[in-house]
Design a protein around this ligand. Sequence first.
Ligand code: OSB
Ligand code: MG
Length: 375
Amino acid sequence: MIRIDRIVLREIRLPLREPFRISSGEMRERRIMLCELFDADGATTWSECVVDDAPNYSPETLDTAWPTIVRFLAPRLLGKSIDAPGDVHALLEQDVRGHQMAKAALEMGCWAIAAEQARMPLARLLGGTRERIATGISLGIQRDVHSLIAKAQEALAAGYQKVKIKIAPGRDMDWVRAVRTAVGPEAHLMADANNAYTLADTDRLLQLDDLGLMMIEQPLAWDDLVRHAELQAKMRTSICLDESIVSLERAQDMVTLGAGRIVNIKPGRVGGFTASLRIHDYCESVGVPVWCGGMLESGIGRAYNVALASLPNFTLPGDLSPSARYWKQDIVTPEWTMDGDGMVDVPLSGPGIGVKVDRKRIDALTVRTEEIRTG
Ligand code: OSB
Ligand code: MG
């Protein structure tokens, strides 16, 4: 039984080790929104709302998620006795349109509370079976092709099992081809366009077919399945959808329309774990591989992604780099690490999210807090 009687929101600022640039924007410092959830029986946990400062990935931002939680979502949860964490999704979804990342922060927090109560690792409560998960790196758009090649080589040497290259018009085919030439035909490469193209670019995008990519992620508009289907019909390279998949229904539509062949599941983007599990199970039933994407999470959000990625149909390496790829110092102990084979351990030795949260450090980084209580 879950009964949340207090939620504390916080904003912290954490500078990235290096700027992360995608076709739709650049980030230097992560504004991170954290939630602390307190259950009436004494169980507590931390969760992360994966919103960004700007609405260039999804319509949500930190400054929309915060008041949405305070005014519309937290009041639905607070003081209510809930049998199982799987019930929270429907409670938050009813008559609240959108705001998936805001919903996910609370929903996933309830799963972690349930894991604490059951004295189970979160990964196992979700049904995860893996002990270690395969990791890929997501490389932002670099200053020039030489630095991109160097970063890709460095990542493969470190053991990463997949290199995702962010592309945009003018920094695309030639750059990916140069990386392919440098790293050889066997390396697992993919590209992510974050909506930078339209169907007018079809001929250009078809050049990717000669580069042996695992997939191209979200080449067209964030909310457009129909045109992705038109492109996929012409393209040998598999399209993987990220931005477009905001629910189980959109994953079903992708398959029905032929808009893509692979799904990047980010639990924040789909409203939390219940929707993620449904998408995972549906994709498994129709033979669509999934992998776990990332939103430059702190060590807290990463714990949730790693737990999810331990499920069986997460058959492709996720964007789940170790802490040191993003931060000088993470806000959890131990920090997330990756071994030389590109594997990250799923924390299985204790209950809940499996990392200790460094409250002192979080206090020092906090720029605002708000407490929401029952009544
Ligand atoms: O498109 O997957 C994306 C980060 C911010 C916004 C969108 C995306 C990304 C990444 C980062 O690719 C992956 C990571 O967290 O390592
Ligand atoms: Mg993406």
